[in-house]
Design a protein around this ligand. Structure first.
Ligand code: KIV
Length: 258
């Protein structure tokens, strides 16, 4: 049975932890789907992990939709969320509606994720939800604001903790179905999780969130760098390099083809 929007609130009430991972193409999506991951995110982190940019800012809406179409084909079970990239929703709710509409109509996503919980963004989210577009929020460290925040932990001061908590409440009131809490102190994530009725999905936010998300290429150990709060459950980079070297050696020595 495919995961639906209704599952997320039920799972929070039942205290059943939610699993989420990122995907960028058909083959990764079909692996995640076979492993029954609840939520598959086409994250704009693909700008860095797949397209080789230094930040998430350069990825375009067209590129995100292109990857989402491939991920859609490999996703039968998971709830598919597409990140709206930088400056495709911040300008106005009309711009956000157009971008989110394309994510669903052309990309085949079930929902969109966007960063920020400040009042104007909450208004935009409310309008998308009214139009029938499920929205996932993202607060704490918001990588699209890297030029203001850096890639640093947020919520270190009392003032910033208060701001993040009020953004979480605003996201819930706007009708978001869940929210990502990125790189904030675990105690703050716990307070938010106990305050709001929608699921919190943590990344670098401790164990008290209703679910967890990781960037799949970090989780599989495919890259050369990953953030300190991530965990590698495999070391695919080494495995793949070894396999490639073995192939090259066998071709050079005429061992392959047999
Ligand atoms: O773009 C991304 O990968 C994200 C993370 C929360 C996983 O937004």
């Amino acid at each position: 049975m495919a995961v639906t929007l209704q599952n997320f609130r039920q799972w929070k009430q039942q205290q059943r932890k939610i699993t989420a991972l990122t995907a960028w193409d058909f083959s990764i999506a079909s692996l995640l789907d076979e492993a029954k991951v609840d939520l598959i995110l086409v994250g704009d982190s693909l700008a860095m992990t797949i397209l080789g940019h230094a930040t998430t800012l350069p990825v375009t809406l067209e590129q995100m939709i292109h990857h989402t179409q491939a991920v859609r084909k490999g996703t039968k079970h998971g709830f598919l969320v597409m990140d709206l990239p930088f400056l495709t929703y911040q300008e106005s709710s009309t711009q956000a509606m157009r971008s989110a509409g394309l994510a669903l109509k052309e990309g085949g996503a079930n929902a969109v994720k966007l960063e920020g919980g400040y009042p104007e963004m909450a208004e935009t989210i409310a309008k998308l939800v009214q139009a029938g577009i499920p929205v996932m929020g993202h607060i704490g460290l918001t990588p699209q604001s890297v030029n203001q925040l850096g890639f640093k932990q947020q919520g270190k001061t009392e003032e910033s903790q208060h701001k993040i908590l009020s953004e979480a409440i605003a996201l819930e009131q706007a009708g978001a179905f869940a929210m990502v809490l990125e790189h904030i102190p675990p105690d703050l994530a716990k307070t938010i999780t106990e305050t709001v009725s929608i699921p919190t999905i943590g990344i670098g936010a401790g164990v008290h969130c209703d679910g967890q998300v990781l960037v799949t290429s970090d989780m599989l150990g495919m890259g050369t760098w990953s953030p300190p709060f991530s965990k590698a459950y495999a070391n695919l980079r080494t495995t793949m390099i070894k396999a490639i070297e073995t192939y090259c050696n066998e071709v050079r020595s005429s061992q392959f083809p047999e």
